[in-house]
Design a protein around this ligand. Sequence first.
Ligand SMILES: Cc1cc2nc3c(=O)[nH]c(=O)nc-3n(C[C@H](O)[C@H](O)[C@H](O)COP(=O)(O)O)c2cc1C
Length: 172
Amino acid sequence: MHSNLKSIFARRSIREYKNREVPDNMIKDILEAGMAAPSAVTKDPWHFIVVRNKNMLGQIANGLPNGQMLRKAGVGVVVCGDMNKAHDSQESYMIQDCSAAIENILLAASMLGLGACWLGVHPRRERINHIRGLFSLHDNIVPVSVISIGWPNSIPQARTRYNEAAVHYEKW
Ligand SMILES: Cc1cc2nc3c(=O)[nH]c(=O)nc-3n(C[C@H](O)[C@H](O)[C@H](O)COP(=O)(O)O)c2cc1C
């Protein structure tokens, strides 16, 4: 693998964090990286709710069965999409744009030495409604995921999941 791609393979889902604060300027940089993602017709339909309050992180975790690490995260970022801004008012474009931003955020966090994990919300109705309720979101705002961020307890090995069977040259 080319050494320029190292940071892509070094990004791993990090679920255990040190009890150490994540500085505001790092969060700003990470969000700026998120908003540099590709977006259909550059609609940038994303919004990011930055949560540090432990009580609120716990309340978010109450609705995310696979998101219990949020309780010990320094920051949670709730990634939402605005259906009124999405290209062609299509949910799929909104989700694709937000997902590109989420991956940029995960990569940026990893490149800054932080650990992060994508916690799935969309399309689980009960999770969407849980987040909607907590933040009193308008109907056009759709929570897509929550990203937990903190200083990693340990840093796993970089890895590749290259699978020749998933690659098709010229024809299926
Ligand atoms: C749509 C989506 C939802 C996910 N939801 C969760 C989740 O709720 N909890 C969790 O611990 N990890 C979640 N993950 C992270 C995956 O488990 C992880 O990316 C996968 O195991 C590959 O490992 P890696 O990220 O270390 O490469 C999610 C990832 C995606 C793309």
